[in-house]
Structures are given as C-alpha cells and as structure tokens.
Design a protein around this ligand. Structure first.
Ligand code: PHE
Ligand code: CO
Length: 296
C-alpha cells in the first residue's frame, strides 16, 4: 500500500475549509517505503543529476556529492544527519508537510531542516504542487553542507522569528526573499549562470527553462527590490534574480531589516514580470507564455 501523509487536511471550521498542518516531528518510517517509492526516488534522482550537470552551481553539485546521497534507494535521515552534523552542525527532522511559519523559522534558527518524509507518486513525477521528500531532500538539503549557505539559512530563520513579531507585511517581504533566493535563485559563475534554488533543482522543466528560455527575466540581486516583488507558486517564474556569490547574499542580508520593513510598507509591490529602469538586466524576458492573471 502507498504511504500516505498522516496529515489532517481541509478541516471544516466556521471560516470555511482550512488546511491543518502537522507540527510534530516524525521519525522517518523508512521500513514502510515501498518498492514504488524507492523507484520514484531513483528515477527522479538519475534524471535530475543529468539535467543539473552544467546547470546547477558548483557549490550545489559538490555539496550533494559530499552528502553521499545515492539513487538506489531513499536515503535514511539518520545516515545523512551523521554527515551533516560533522560538516555544518545541521540536522534533518522528518515532518508530514508544510509547517506553520513560526515553527519553520524556529527550526531553521536552530539548524534543523524539516524534510517531508513521503515521496510523490509515479503519476506526479513531473509536477507536484506541495513539497515532498524529493523536493526537500534532493533540493534543499545538499546546500546545508555548504558553510556559508547554511549560515544564511540559520540567519533567515532568526530573521523570520523577528519578522513574525513585527507583522504581516514584514513577513511577506521576508518570504519573497526566501522565494527568490532559497527556492528560485540563480548564481553567476565564471562560466555562466547556474542554479542554486531548490525549487528549480528539483524540477526538470524549470531547470532548463530558467537558464535557456527567452521568456523569463534574469536580473541582478537587489535586496529591497526582491522584497517588493510578487510571485506565483503555480507556474514557472517570470523573473529570476542572480547573485554573484553566497558571500554577496550574506553581506546584503546582514543588516537589521527593521528599518527596511518600515520603509517598504510605504511602497507599492512590483508585479512578478516587471523590469525596472534601475535593474541590472542579464536577460530581458520576452514574456512568451506568461499567464496574465495576477501574481500572488
Ligand atoms: N538581517 C535580517 C534581519 O535583521 C535577518 C536575515 C538574515 C534575514 C539573512 C534573511 C536572511 O531581519
Ligand atoms: Co522548498
């Protein structure tokens, strides 16, 4: 029988139907993975590694090799944890799915990365709308082996706890930063643009699209500009932001964001596909195939 997340979904309340997320940490039920689960992992892993050679950043590929993940079977969190603990002090914790924001921030601030324990079905190989084991483990965990990037993730978690206390607008600004760096970031290498964002590295279609399509914008990283930029979660990104290095990301996000949040609260948000006169443009998107309805 197929493994199902033990998550309560879409509970009826007086406000209508709301999703309920499990907040508890679960032991990875490794013995319960079926042959089909391991096979989905193997297929995705092999296909994606091939796509990522020459497309993912050197940092990502080096980190992934160092973790010792292999295609033959779903890794055990406990094996990966032994390696990560020595490298950067991070550990993986198993979860059922998306966590409430504050719980998520608190885990990151303590160098714990929540990984969804269940994997998509064979029918969902090309697309799944919520994070599963493949996205979390293959996409996010490797860069936690990179000292500088893993420090960024922890700083983000601490920043999240702070933004949560400030209010909804601050949280939205910070979430956009996560989206356009951790999930969908590109990095400039001497030999060209490369991917480091987890949402891209776990998707075959978007790995090719983000670098090779003429449709999206590719624009230089700019902290406040990103914090004002809306995004969609259900289609390829209209704009990708390019960092020069993890060092640049660390330095740009080091200052206290409190005054930035206050300033941005007075400014309009920017649609996902807009290019501003002040942008550093590596590629101006043709906009081909873009959905015309509103960004989130
Ligand atoms: N410097 C940010 C703050 O003061 C914290 C942060 C660091 C946020 C790194 C994101 C990434 O809130
Ligand atoms: Co993710």
């Amino acid at each position: 029988m197929k493994n199902q997340p033990r998550r309560v979904e879409n509970v009826q309340t007086d406000k209508g139907s709301v999703p309920v997320y499990a907040t508890g940490i679960v032991e990875q039920p490794w013995d319960e993975y079926t042959a089909a689960d391991h096979d989905v992992w193997r297929q995705l892993y092999e296909r994606q590694r091939e796509v990522l050679i020459g497309r993912a950043s050197d940092e990502f590929l080096v980190a992934q090799d160092a973790m010792g993940m292999t295609p033959d079977r779903i890794p055990r969190f406990s094996d990966l944890n032994a390696i990560m603990r020595d490298a950067t002090g991070w550990e993986i914790i198993g979860v059922e799915g998306l966590l409430p924001e504050l719980d998520f921030f608190d885990h990151l601030a303590n160098r714990r990365f929540p990984v969804t324990w269940w994997i998509r079905t064979p029918e969902q190989i090309d697309y799944i709308s919520e994070p599963d084991l493949f996205h979390d483990l293959f996409g996010h965990v490797p860069l936690l082996m990179n000292p500088m990037f893993s420090d960024y993730m922890q700083a983000y978690g601490r920043g999240g706890v702070k933004a949560h206390a400030i209010g909804a607008d601050a949280l939205q600004n910070l979430t956009r930063l996560y989206w356009y760096t951790v999930e969908f970031g590109l990095i400039r290498q001497p030999d060209g643009l490369r991917i480091y964002g987890s949402g891209i590295v776990s998707s075959k279609g978007e790995s090719i699209h983000c670098l090779e399509s003429d449709a999206p914008n590719r624009i230089g990283f700019d902290l406040e500009r990103i914090m004002r930029t809306r995004y969609r979660i259900d289609s390829y990104q209209k704009t990708y932001f390019v960092i020069d290095s993890f060092q640049q990301l660390m330095e740009a996000t080091e200052p206290d964001f409190t005054p930035i949040y206050a300033r941005l609260a007075q400014m309009d948000s920017i649609p996902a596909g807009t290019v501003l006169p002040t942008d550093t443009v590596y590629h101006r998107g043709t906009g081909e195939g873009w959905p015309s309805d509103a960004d989130v």
